[in-house]
Design a protein around this ligand. Structure first.
Ligand SMILES: Nc1ncnc2c1ncn2[C@@H]1O[C@H](COP(=O)(O)OP(=O)(O)OP(=O)(O)O)[C@@H](O)[C@H]1O
Length: 331
């Protein structure tokens, strides 16, 4: 369709400039053909150079995601499996009946943003820098209630505009004002079209720390029973986590209120990180910064983190967060 308009345009310019006599059929055919060719080449170059909503820029790499989760995400065997399965199933489905909605739950610094980044990197050629990946960070306290209606309509326009522009858009919501939740819900559902736009190819990822106490309790129980952390399965975590989300739903707490009408496809629990995982994070950050591995620095940094519960000092309060920033002080 674009080529047709471009052709008409080229033709119009050539006729109006007197270059072509509109009533002379041979040169007319030649010019129209050349116009179509030029427009097609132009479009190809544009799509090659500028990120576009097509398979050159957006292509799922299932093996890439599996390898990335395996090598870059420490101590999260449950989250890793759930994410791999959910994303692969969705991306391989040619006709999904709803957008993919993932709800990631865990303490600060346990890898929720990292996982979102790994998903983005294995779908979009430009990863988090893609113009089709949208990060929405908001504090629960930032909005003034008088501005709420305004923000709601802006948020809806923002989602609609982005999905209209590219159906395979990804939205990451890190925190959310409770008053804004309801306006997002329609986009997560089973509608084929909503005001002429289909949201079924889109991906919505919600990050929160709702229900983390339950996750910690399961991790502690396994430990007390002398069982390996790696033995923890999704079904050990999900019932208590879902229950806490359903209970929270009554108070409209984010993201519990999304539990309505099965809008969430997968609840992804992130376990609290232990000392041994912090060691791995320090080593990974050292290598990412091009530093020589130094066991003394690694131990010192891991020991310097604060751990809970107080009596046992098992889990890192900040997970692996702040390590990257503090590395400079230790090296
Ligand atoms: N499980 C993990 N494995 C490897 N690195 C991790 C892990 N968790 C966190 N990190 C590292 O710690 C830093 C912060 O992690 P991230 O932003 O993913 O945490 P988060 O769970 O999203 O925290 P918050 O809830 O505070 O936003 C990142 O640099 C990340 O690479």
């Amino acid at each position: 369709m674009k080529a047709t308009y471009a052709t008409y345009f080229v033709y119009y310019v050539l006729i109006s400039s007197g270059f072509v006599n509109a009533f002379e059929p041979i040169s007319t055919t030649f010019v129209v053909g050349a116009g179509v060719g030029l427009a097609a080449v132009g479009r190809k170059i544009y799509n090659y150079v500028y990120e576009s909503c097509n398979s050159k820029w957006i292509a799922f790499n299932s093996t890439g995601l599996e390898v990335a989760l395996d090598q870059k995400l420490f101590g999260q065997h449950v989250a890793s499996r759930v994410v791999q399965k959910a994303v692969t199933g969705f991306m391989n489905d040619k006709n999904p009946i709803k957008p993919l909605v993932l709800s990631l739950h865990g303490w600060s610094g346990t890898g929720k943003n990292l996982v979102s980044q790994l998903i983005a990197e294995n779908i979009y050629k430009k990863g988090m820098a893609s113009k089709f990946v949208h990060l929405f960070v908001t504090s629960t306290h930032l909005l003034h209630s008088s501005q709420l209606e305004n923000y709601k309509s802006q948020l809806q326009q923002w989602i609609k505009g982005n999905v209209t522009n590219c159906p395979r858009s990804m939205f990451i919501f890190d925190g959310m004002h409770p008053g804004l939740i309801d306006c997002i819900k329609p986009y997560l559902g089973y509608y084929e079209y909503l005001n002429g736009v289909s949201y079924r190819q889109a991906i919505f990822i919600f990050l929160s720390n709702t229900g983390v106490q339950h996750i910690t309790q399961v991790a502690l129980d396994f430990r007390k029973a002398g069982r390996d952390r790696e033995e923890i399965k999704l079904h050990d975590l999900e019932p208590a986590l879902s229950l806490s989300l359903f209970n929270n739903k009554k108070s409209g707490l984010w993201p519990s209120s999304l539990m309505d009408r099965n809008l969430v496809d997968s609840i992804v629990p992130f376990l609290p990180l232990e000392y041994r995982h912090v060691l791995l994070c320090v080593m990974a950050d050292m290598s990412a910064k091009g530093l020589e591995p130094n066991q003394d620095v690694v131990d010192k940094m891991a020991r310097d983190m604060v751990y809970f519960p107080k009596s046992e000092n098992i889990f890192s309060v900040k997970g692996c967060k702040t390590i990257n920033a503090r590395l400079d002080y230790f090296t």
